[in-house]
Design a protein around this ligand. Structure first.
Ligand SMILES: Cc1cc2nc3c(=O)[nH]c(=O)nc-3n(C[C@H](O)[C@H](O)[C@H](O)COP(=O)(O)OP(=O)(O)OC[C@H]3O[C@@H](n4cnc5c(N)ncnc54)[C@H](O)[C@@H]3O)c2cc1C
Length: 463
């Protein structure tokens, strides 16, 4: 049975799209050829493209997890029926391309780094926020019967070399003693016996919260819930111009102008740089690639020895994230090209295959059923922001989870809904200031990224 999520796309998918150089995104593109789209089944109905000018109360730009969660919580908590505008098919961006790993995090930084940056009180408050966020995420799936194959069991953060163990041990102590969170260490023998036979692993930190989900089924579930609650969701309606006139935001789409009193931006790394000058270069889009093998044979399953299907990541800065899917295929992802133009260069696929083979020698050379990549919204200080644009009244954004947005985007949407509705939210460093800007360094960022990748690779692979 063909379970591909089909849509009537008028434009083939462009695998080389690059938000740093593109002038526009959409309309009409097909989805990326991901495992998730290949196995999601028929997506729920949407409201079709914008076809005429319209006046709305709240417009949400972007229909990934963040935009849809914003619409869900605007309706649920504030009685506001938002209008969601999406450049291509619903959840065209990261939300149908990720690794499906829900982790107890909101950005790329660890708890010890939170303390260093903001002090203990703020770090504790941020920890409470992500714990609450995980409850919200689980609750959304449970209460709305979102059938996204959740596999609970915690997150295993796996030391890919012996010298990575002490810092995992100290993070585990910190989580327990300072945050009262029950993480624990496993040595290599226990990890191999009870979790995964990862050949390069030296042990792991286990965090009790970690759920693997089907990325596209989660997004399509959010779409169904948002529309059931009264939101309208318009695919193939990219915002291609944005002006504020007499306190009203005029959002130009190919089918008509959407005039909105308030705007919530949820475009992650996918918006071209010209969406609005106030948002330009607040993010550094980083490409990540992902592969899914054919179904493993019983012998391969025995060799891989994965007994927990919840999220696994390793301690490389250029980390691998991997898991065994419900149908016994292995999925693994890591860093990819720096530019869209270089995305299809076979060296990146080969590097990922090699990463998989070092962990699982039995899978060297295995056939792949799926291979794709996508842009991750990394902020310049590695943490997201959910906040307003003070000089653009009525405009807000939730951006910058840096590869950790599957879980936290649910809460980010709720927080953005509160801001849009004029409700005060917690005083946290990810809410009370804006995403940092790179200023004059912008043209050199990719050069810097190239240098950093070389450095990180050297450090990651050094014993
Ligand atoms: C390969 C890969 C693997 C990842 N793995 C994980 C993981 O395992 N765990 C984890 O927590 N996170 C992971 N992430 C990150 C995670 O997917 C994101 O944090 C999350 O999906 C963000 O959701 P979002 O709604 O903010 O953004 P998106 O899902 O990217 O949605 C943004 C939407 O905005 C639309 N858009 C952009 N510009 C416009 C415009 N001008 N007009 C209208 N619409 C517009 C885009 O088309 C897109 O659909 C991964 C990301 C990638 C790319």
């Amino acid at each position: 049975m063909d379970t591909t999520a089909k849509r009537s796309a008028s434009v083939p998918f462009d695998p080389l799209y690059d938000p740093m150089t593109a002038r526009k995104l959409g309309p009409g593109s097909d989805y990326a050829p991901t495992y998730w789209i290949g196995t999601a089944g028929t997506p729920p109905a949407d409201d079709g493209p914008v076809t005429a000018d319209m006046d709305v109360d709240v417009a949400v730009i972007g229909s990934g997890y963040t935009g849809l969660s914003t619409a869900i919580h605007l309706a649920k908590m504030h009685g506001i029926k938002a209008t969601v505008l999406e450049a291509n098919g619903v959840a065209y961006g990261c939300s149908t391309r990720n690794g499906g790993q829900a982790q107890i995090s909101s950005g790329r930084l660890k708890r010890s780094e939170w303390i260093k940056r903001w002090g203990l009180d703020s770090a504790r408050a941020l920890h409470d926020e992500v714990v609450e966020a995980f409850d919200l995420f689980r609750g959304l799936i449970r209460d709305h019967a979102i059938d996204c194959d959740p596999q609970d069991g915690g997150h295993y953060y796996i030391a890919h070399k012996a010298s990575a163990m002490p810092s995992l041990e100290s993070e585990t102590r910190l989580l327990n003693e300072t945050f009262g969170y029950g993480a624990r260490m496993l040595d290599r023998e226990e990890l191999h016996r009870t979790v995964v036979r990862d050949a390069e692993a030296h042990g792991a930190m286990w965090e009790p919260d970690g759920v693997s989900i089907h990325a596209a089924k989660l997004a399509f579930g959010y779409l169904r819930v948002a529309r059931e609650l009264g939101a309208t969701v318009h695919p193939d309606s990219p915002v291609q111009g944005w002006e504020l006139k007499d306190g009203v935001h005029h959002l130009r789409t190919p089918g008509g102008i959407v005039r909105a009193r308030r705007v919530a931006v949820a475009t992650a790394a996918y918006a071209p740089r010209n969406l609005h000058p106030r948002l330009k270069d607040r993010l550094m889009p980083i490409m990540s690639n992902s592969i899914v093998t054919r179904v493993l044979t019983p012998e391969e399953l025995e060799a891989v020895g994965i007994q927990k299907r919840s999220p696994l990541t390793d301690t490389r800065t250029l980390r691998h994230y991997y898991r065994l899917l419900p149908d016994n295929r292995l999925q693994i992802g890591s860093r990819a090209a720096i530019t869209g133009r270089d995305a299809a260069n076979p060296v990146h696929l080969e590097a990922l295959r090699e990463g998989m083979a070092r962990k699982f020698p039995a899978l060297r050379g295995i056939d792949l059923d799926y291979s794709w990549w996508g842009w991750v919204d990394v902020s310049h200080d590695m943490m997201p922001r959910i906040t307003g644009l003070p000089d653009l009244p009525g405009a807000f954004y939730a951006l910058g989870y840096g590869g950790n947005g599957v879980m936290y985007s649910a809460m980010a949407g709720r927080r953005m809904a509160q801001l849009v509705a004029g409700e005060a939210i917690r005083d946290l460093p990810i809410f009370n200031n804006e995403l940092p800007h790179e200023g004059w360094r912008t043209p050199f960022r990719r050069l810097g990224q190239w240098g950093l990748y070389k450095l990180y690779h050297f450090r990651d692979e050094r014993k």
